[in-house]
Design a protein around this ligand. Structure first.
Ligand SMILES: [Zn+2]
Ligand SMILES: [Zn+2]
Length: 138
């Protein structure tokens, strides 16, 4: 577990995450690609997250299981948060000084469009496999 600081483009929101898993996940699902215009490079940050300037965060209730937060001043995407566990997933690019990063897993590999692919060798989970995977964890 690593600790690192992140901030939005304008600096109105500053975040310190204390339980970062440097093995990050890429999500190709329709919602993530619609949200950011590209796949979501998501770093699992656990629940030990300190936020400065939370007045500048707008939450979007994107599904029954998670919300997405962004800065109301500059629009930077800040996190995807699971409602039940409170776990944060944050875009890898927000962290400027994070080391040991490794692309470990690709989610919704069956929703990845044909116009891009990564050469990184990672594990991949299709939508059906993800549903099974999370059903076991709950
Ligand atoms: Zn901002
Ligand atoms: Zn997604």
């Amino acid at each position: 577990m690593l600790s690192a600081k992140a901030n939005c483009l304008c600096g109105a929101v500053k975040i310190t995450a204390n339980e970062i898993n440097p093995k990050f996940t890429v999500c190709h699902c329709d919602a993530c690609r619609g949200w950011g215009g590209a796949p979501f490079f998501a770093v699992q940050c656990g629940t030990q997250v300190e936020i400065e300037g939370s007045d500048n965060i707008k939450m979007y209730d994107s599904s029954s299981w998670a919300s997405r937060g962004f800065c109301t001043e500059c629009g930077t995407h800040l996190f995807f948060r699971f409602k039940q566990s409170g776990d944060y997933n944050m875009p890898v690019g927000l962290f400027k000084n994070l080391t040991e990063l490794e692309m470990e897993m690709q989610y919704f590999s069956d929703q990845r469009p044909d116009y891009y692919c990564f050469s990184n060798k990672t594990k991949e989970l299709s939508k059906a496999e993800i549903m099974t995977y999370f059903a076991k964890k709950v």
